[in-house]
Write a protein that binds this ligand. Structure first.
Ligand code: ACO
Length: 318
């Protein structure tokens, strides 16, 4: 049986770091307000000239270094992003061009913070259908460019970064065991950008009803994870590592508690990265592999929720 195995991983964070204390110099906020409510201490911020494609390319470069696959072996590129370089063409085509991947299909997936989980399901399906053998999947964001830096309710929450994985068709009994993806457009007004090419020909800024999102996040993340576990006849007790979307430490802890998995098994990078939307899970995954927590054959449960609402989950045998 073919399974979609993660055979490479990488990450990239812009050099510039903005701490809560730095933020309190420009807006009326403080580390004392931000940290207890969100678990965030700092976020990385891309320079004006640093584009989402630059972050994506740097994360992909590291994924190739950590893999035996080279760019010429890749037969599909998927970039999950809400902050593409341009309205069109896709950021994925810029990545494809940089690595000189001739005629390789490349496209972006727009599912906001769930984009990486959506992309894993698409990659898994392509690999299982035989449409590709090695797929580069990247979550990359420069959210700092669409944050309203005068809105303290939102600007403290987000950061920039990219994480990449190489997913290959494998006959080993390791890889993606289940993915579940969902959406419910009736929640549009709880989390959106107030701009768009068709709507007002602007990029727009992030607008959010934080309390709505908090409640939905805990329920939907835990339900989606339970459904994916059921699909592969596993229980939360079998899971070695839980990697939820890194939106907010209180959402992460409440979801882990609801599912019945300990804090020790829950990967959290939100303190250092803040919410990097589609990049948050691959960044957390890559850092947990690199620091030796995640080892071969470990069972991992990932889940995400974002604007749309969109949400989903993935069970992976690493
Ligand atoms: N610094 C200081 N004060 C602030 C700040 C800030 N950064 N932000 C809000 N406040 C003030 C508000 O102005 C308000 O004051 P007021 O009562 O005088 O008007 C007060 O704090 C309470 O504001 P609320 O917005 O009601 O604060 P809440 O307790 O809901 O906490 C938070 C806000 C942390 C965003 C919370 O709603 C939350 O965690 N929501 C989850 C949303 C999330 O993580 N979204 C990420 C994107 S979505 C995703 O990735 C899934």
């Amino acid at each position: 049986m073919i399974l979609s195995q993660i055979v490479g991983w990488g990450e990239y964070l812009p050099k510039k770091v903005l701490t809560n204390d730095n933020l309190s110099e420009t807006i009326e906020t403080s580390d004392e307000w931000i940290f207890p409510r969100t678990g965030i201490k700092q976020r990385h911020i891309a320079l004006k000239k640093e584009l989402t494609s630059d972050l994506a390319i740097n994360a992909a470069k590291e994924a190739f270094v950590n893999s035996t696959i080279s760019p010429s072996d890749i037969d599909c590129v998927i970039v999950a992003t809400t902050t593409p370089d341009d309205t069109f063409p896709s950021t994925a085509t810029k990545v494809q061009h940089f690595f000189k991947m001739k005629d390789t299909p490349a496209f972006d997936i727009q599912a906001v913070c769930s984009g990486f989980i959506y992309s894993l399901q698409v990659a898994d399906t392509f690999l299982k259908c035989g449409n590709a053998k090695n797929i580069l999947v990247i979550g990359a964001e420069t959210l700092s460019k669409i944050v309203d830096w005068e809105d303290r309710r939102t600007c403290v929450l987000f950061g920039d970064g990219a994480g990449a994985v190489i997913v290959s068709a494998s006959e080993e009994s390791r890889g993606i065991l289940a993915t579940k993806i969902y959406s419910d457009g009736s929640w549009h007004d709880s989390l959106y950008s107030d701009g768009g090419p068709s709507f007002n020909q602007k990029v727009g800024k992030i607008r959010m009803n934080g309390q709505d999102i908090f409640k939905q996040a805990v329920n939907k993340l835990s339900e989606a994870t339970s459904k994916a576990l059921d699909e592969c006849n596993l229980s939360i007790k079998d899971i070695d590592w839980f990697i939820p979307h890194q939106a907010n430490q209180r959402i992460i802890s409440s979801t882990a508690k609801k599912l019945g998995i300990s804090e020790e098994k829950t990967i959290s990078t939100v303190k250092f990265h803040a919410n990097t939307s589609a990049a948050s899970i691959p960044l957390a995954l890559s850092s947990a592999i690199k620091n030796g927590k995640i080892k071969d054959n470990h069972l991992i449960a990932m889940c995400a929720i974002g604007g749309g609402l969109t949400w989903g989950s993935c069970i992976l045998k690493f």
